[in-house]
Design a binder for this molecule. Structure first.
Ligand code: GLN
Length: 478
């Protein structure tokens, strides 16, 4: 084997394990050693777990006994975003509020992966409660972008993205409420996917915006994203919004894809020129490979970001209300019950969480709910209609994943609106429930550094396989 073990993809590692080119223990050790060496610099992991010898041995026995019939994820070391519950481990959502909170049960995705024999290396850094686009809002320090350590890895799943990109694990899980898997994937040069809403259970995911959240894969290749998605998806009695796995295959995949390009949106100011060039070149390669490009119009799309930044904080304010210093998490005590609440929440939450709780409480308050929340909610239906119309003429819709490449630390953290604009191309998939994926489309050079950039495909509801196929087409087009 020419590549170091930690640099393998899921598919390569699964094959190597079955061919006895390495053992589960060797694969684990290679990832752990890489993580121990580079994590002090990158801060991708908040915690690296002790090796679970029983799980490592069980995975090895299963591969030895079942060979190709063993699940593909068996024996594969993964990183997990710190908002997913692993029984007996801390799940802090990178917040002081849950700094010492130990999960009492496994998230459904974690249980499914354990059943498949996957291993967990550690929990990864993120923006507090998944709110942000840079991982600068973590209570436990920033994560560096492996491509340029002066820059952010994106967020909120920045730790998972950096861990995969720097080969400190084979693959990782993240969560995506408005782009938090796809945007850091783009900024670090890996694949990140938000599945159709309901395809993956949210049970055991610390909720941010319940109607928007989905767990999904961050991987080195599209093939790996498919494998990891396959392992975590499916209906779950613990999450009433989950849908049957057949939905995943409900849209057929043609050999030649028709790709819709909303040129008017991409040509607007604010989209980085180098990134636009990479996007145009990638589309040209897809066309040369036999795929068909068509223009589509999405006139309501510029309003998606505004709708998202009303609906998401409304749901955040409701979901974070449970963190009151009484049931679990940070608990400060004053002289009265009200003081207990105020102190616990003042000390426990960071600035961005507070901003969104205030915003959300405001848009839900009587007198404003009609003007803000209900209007934003109605916009979701309009966006769904607009996309349904666009999908009459194409299989997938292409955007750059982000308007610009990874930015420097501090560049946007003082200006919340500039940070929110990072999500301009990603939030619609969450508002409408559609699947979307980011896949690398080369790089741009900035300040002498080569910064990866991503192309983003949105597919119709249930068209996860279509999104994956479009991403795969980018990997293979030259
Ligand atoms: N960047 C977006 C936000 O700050 C998305 C977050 C996410 O997807 N969790 O809300």
């Amino acid at each position: 084997m020419t590549k170091p073990l930690n640099e393998l993809t899921i598919a390569e590692a699964a094959r190597a394990l079955r061919a006895r080119e390495c053992t589960v223990r060797e694969l684990w050790d290679a990832c752990l050693r890489a993580a121990e060496a580079r994590n002090p610099e990158l801060n991708a992991y908040l915690e690296l777990f002790e090796p679970d010898t029983a799980a490592i041995d069980a995975a090895q026995r299963r591969i030895d006994a079942e060979g190709d019939n063993a699940p593909m994820l068996c024996g594969i070391p993964l990183a997990v975003k710190d908002n997913l519950l692993i029984e007996g481990k801390i799940a802090s959502a990178a917040s002081k509020m849950l700094e010492n909170y130990v999960a009492t049960y496994d998230a459904t995705v974690v249980r499914k992966l354990k059943d498949a024999g996957a291993l967990f290396l550690g929990r990864t850094n993120m923006d507090e409660f998944a709110m942000g686009s840079s991982t600068e809002h973590s209570a436990f320090g920033t994560t560096k972008n492996p491509a340029d350590t002066e820059r952010v890895p994106g967020g909120s799943s920045g730790g998972s993205a950096a861990a995969v990109a720097a080969h400190l694990c084979i693959a990782a899980l993240g969560s995506d409420t408005g782009g938090s898997i796809r945007q850091p994937a783009a900024h670090t040069g890996i694949v990140g996917m938000k599945p159709t809403y309901g395809l993956v259970s949210r049970s055991g995911l610390i909720a941010m915006g319940s109607s928007l959240d989905q767990v999904g894969p961050l991987t080195k290749t599209v093939e790996d994203a498919r494998a990891l998605l396959d392992a975590i998806s499916g209906p779950d009695p613990l999450d009433g919004t989950t849908i049957g796995k057949e939905t995943y295959h409900s849209v057929s995949v043609p050999e030649r894809l028709t790709i819709g390009v909303p040129r008017a949106l991409i040509e607007q100011d604010g989209v980085h020129a180098g990134l636009r060039k990479a996007f145009t070149e990638t589309l040209a390669k897809l066309e040369a490979a036999g795929h068909i490009l068509v223009d589509v119009e999405l006139p309501m799309s510029p309003n998606a970001l505004a709708a998202y930044y009303v609906i998401m904080p409304a749901e955040v304010s409701a979901n974070l209300a449970r963190l009151d210093g009484m049931r679990y998490g940070h608990a400060a005590r004053g002289k009265t019950l009200l003081e207990d609440y105020l102190l616990s929440r003042t000390e426990g939450f960071g600035a961005e969480s507070k901003r969104r709780i205030l915003l959300g409480t405001f848009v839900l308050s009587s007198g404003y709910i009609d003007a803000y929340y209900r209007k934003a909610d109605a916009a979701r239906e309009v966006l769904r209609g607009e996309y349904a119309q666009a999908f009459a003429a194409c299989d997938v819709i292409a955007f750059p994943t982000t308007p610009s490449p990874a930015f420097k630390f501090g560049e946007k953290s003082g200006d919340p609106v500039a940070m929110y604009l990072e999500d301009v191309f990603t939030v619609t998939a969450n508002l409408t429930g559609m699947p979307a994926i980011s896949v690398p489309m080369g790089a741009v050079t900035e300040g002498g550094k080569t910064l990866p950039v991503g192309i983003h495909f949105t597919a119709p509801h249930g068209g996860d396989e279509l999104a994956l196929s479009a991403a795969r087409a980018v990997e293979t087009a030259h």
